[in-house]
Design a protein around this ligand. Structure first.
Ligand SMILES: Nc1nc2c(ncn2[C@@H]2O[C@H](COP(=O)(O)OP(=O)(O)O)[C@@H](O)[C@H]2O)c(=O)[nH]1
Ligand SMILES: [Mg+2]
Length: 241
């Protein structure tokens, strides 16, 4: 079975089409699947809509965290509740189309523990770019990560990553970052624990509405880098190796 975790914050406009598309995709592939939507205190009708969608699509369920805590916390809870032997997390806007799962899955079949969707490799196909400032922020952030925390991954932030199920549950069980720095924490922990990570070029068709605030979230994500480094040194990650 494959689990697809979709964090959703104020996604009333995008979620319906996404759940329909993802369900249709998995159903057409004839495989067992579950879709876990994680809402945490959306201010719009996301929670109500997700509950209706869960009713409509038997493979889809909703987890609600109450107050807003961030994308990292949402994905972490979704993964903790997942049962798949593969776990995908995907943004609610499907900026990376669900069909790209196929190339990620190939990487897992070839022996990887984690397949990371990437917008920064020669084979990546960016059909609609993010706004220029946002793209620059992403590139700078990734450069900084490569020189400070870990080398080897060119796009840590793409919202489309596939894990072997037990690996996802182990890593998210250790993770502590609640907001947009969580991808880096997960990949860092994965590297430390010797899991095999493959970066896979994917398609990206940027969806304009964004929950990311360029300046304040950039600051938060820099702080997260420091926290991951510090927590690791202080042995805060249970059984960190
Ligand atoms: N549950 C939850 N999901 C969030 C939060 N912030 C962002 N997300 C989700 O994370 C995903 C990526 O957000 P998006 O606005 O598309 O980011 P961008 O494309 O990187 O600008 C979407 O599915 C959002 O709904 C949050 O605080 N809580
Ligand atoms: Mg997006």
């Amino acid at each position: 079975m494959i689990s697809c975790v979709i964090p959703a914050y104020n996604e009333e406009r995008r979620l319906g089409a996404t759940i329909a598309r993802v369900s249709e995709y998995f159903a057409a592939g004839g495989r067992e699947y579950e879709i876990i939507v994680v809402d945490d205190g959306s201010r719009d009708a996301t929670a109500r809509l997700a509950a209706e969608l869960a009713h409509l699509h038997p493979h889809c369920r909703l987890m609600s965290l109450g107050r807003n805590r961030g994308k990292g916390a949402a994905v972490r809870h979704g993964v903790a509740g997942s049962r798949g032997d593969l776990v995908l997390f995907s943004d609610a806007d499907l900026s990376t189309p669900i069909e790209e799962l196929e190339v990620l899955e190939k990487a897992i079949l070839n022996g990887s523990d984690i397949a990371v969707g990437s917008r920064a490799l020669p084979g990546s196909r960016i059909e609609v770019h993010q706004p220029r400032l946002r793209e620059l922020m992403g590139k700078t952030y990734n450069l900084l990560i490569r020189v400070t925390l870990m080398s080897g991954i060119h796009d840590t932030q793409c919202g489309f990553k596939l894990f072997r199920g037990p690996v996802a549950r182990e890593l998210f069980g250790l993770a502590r970052i609640d907001d947009f720095g969580f991808d880096v924490e997960i990949l860092y922990l994965a590297g430390r624990r010797g899991f095999r990570i493959t970066e896979v070029p994917v398609r990206w068709i940027n969806s304009p509405a964004s929950r990311v605030m360029v300046f304040s979230d950039s600051a938060g994500m820099l702080y997260d880098l420091l926290r991951v480094r510090a927590w690791s040194l202080l042995g805060k990650y249970r059984a960190d190796v």
